[in-house]
Ligand binder design. Structure first.
Ligand code: GRG
Length: 306
């Protein structure tokens, strides 16, 4: 198993995983020259157009940590590939739908025109719609024990449904111009952004046959990382520029959305971010060296500039 070692730094580990998932996604998506070709082309455009691949890397990092730890089982590399591709497909679908005129109405994503701008609204809707079942098809087809497949499918379904990502988006849509408590803001982000990030970590652990003790640590880690990701997103929306982000900067304030910055201010948001990072690091301490990639992911998420 290719865990992070002293001779292979985290950035090399991540670069390898990013390159690998790009080729896995390329192979698993329908070809553009197959019918319906415009839809397939739009699906490929949505998924293969860049992206940091944070969720795929979390699957690999958790799977490798659980498989290598004495408390873990053994991860099948191909099963982890299916799981990592599945969470990236769901993520891509959520971005395509989030950018639609009826939601955030954005024309820039990953430094390129959004899918509805590049194609048309109906094609963008359908591309997102088709990416979602493809994710579950990949999970269902993982070379893993049936019981583990069922757990992974259920985990992802709950994470992205009305009590997870889509529910969080519904709350977000309703909260424009509203005054939320910090608790409600956190709850919205746990659902909208955190749930899929958490599911990525937990599915990596499930595929690797992690023990219940390891799963508990992964769960605490994932919950802190999910929130930390959103705090960074809110900070970047204020401090970064559109060219670096590859999406429109300053969108939250312009659309009068409650954010960590609007509620806590920049300094307190940064302090909160570092508390969340500490919590995540502590949660994986029992996994020792096997969790180096998970630890690297925390530092990457906290330090990211896009
Ligand atoms: C519309 C079904 C539906 C869900 C939308 C997750 C989500 C819910 C919308 C995404 C919009 C958004 C900008 C959310 C903030 C956090 C976030 C998910 C940012 C984008 O994720 P990155 O930074 O993107 O990992 P890349 O491009 O690197 O993959």
């Amino acid at each position: 198993m290719n865990a992070v070692t002293e001779t292979s730094s985290f950035s090399t580990w991540m670069q390898n995983r990013v390159e690998h998932i790009e080729s896995v996604l390329d192979a698993m998506l329908p070809r553009s020259n197959t019918v319906p070709s415009r839809l397939h082309d739009a699906m490929r455009y949505a998924v293969l157009g860049g992206g940091k691949r944070v969720r795929a890397c979390l699957v690999y990092a958790a799977g490798e940590a659980a498989a290598n730890s004495s408390a873990g089982g053994s991860a099948h590399a191909v099963a982890l590939d299916h799981a990592a591709a599945a969470v990236e497909l769901i993520h891509a679908y959520s971005l395509v739908h989030d950018d639609l005129p009826c939601m955030d109405d954005d024309d820039l994503r990953r430094g390129r025109p959004t899918v509805h701008v590049q194609y048309d609204e109906a094609t963008a809707m359908l591309a997102g719609d088709a990416l979602q079942p493809l994710a579950f098809e990949l999970l269902a087809g993982m070379p893993a024990a049936p019981a583990l497949i069922i757990q992974a499918v259920q985990r992802l379904a709950v994470a992205v449904g009305s009590q997870g990502m889509v529910g969080g988006q519904a709350i977000d849509c309703d909260s424009v111009g509203a005054r939320l408590s910090l608790g409600s803001l956190r709850q919205m982000h746990r659902m909208k952004t955190g749930a899929l990030l958490e599911a990525s970590v937990l599915i990596g652990g499930i595929v690797a046959g992690a023990s219940s003790e390891t799963r508990q640590g992964l769960s605490q880690y994932a919950s802190a990382v999910g929130l930390a990701f959103q705090v960074v997103d809110d900070i970047l929306d204020v401090v970064a520029d559109t060219a670096t982000l590859g999406k429109t900067a300053g969108k939250d304030a312009a659309s009068n959305k409650p954010t960590y910055i609007s509620m806590l201010g920049l300094d307190a948001s940064r302090t909160h971010l570092h508390e969340l990072a500490d919590t995540a690091h502590q949660a994986i301490r029992p996994l020792g060296k096997h969790a180096d990639a998970l630890a690297g992911m925390v530092d990457y998420i906290v330090g990211r500039d896009r």
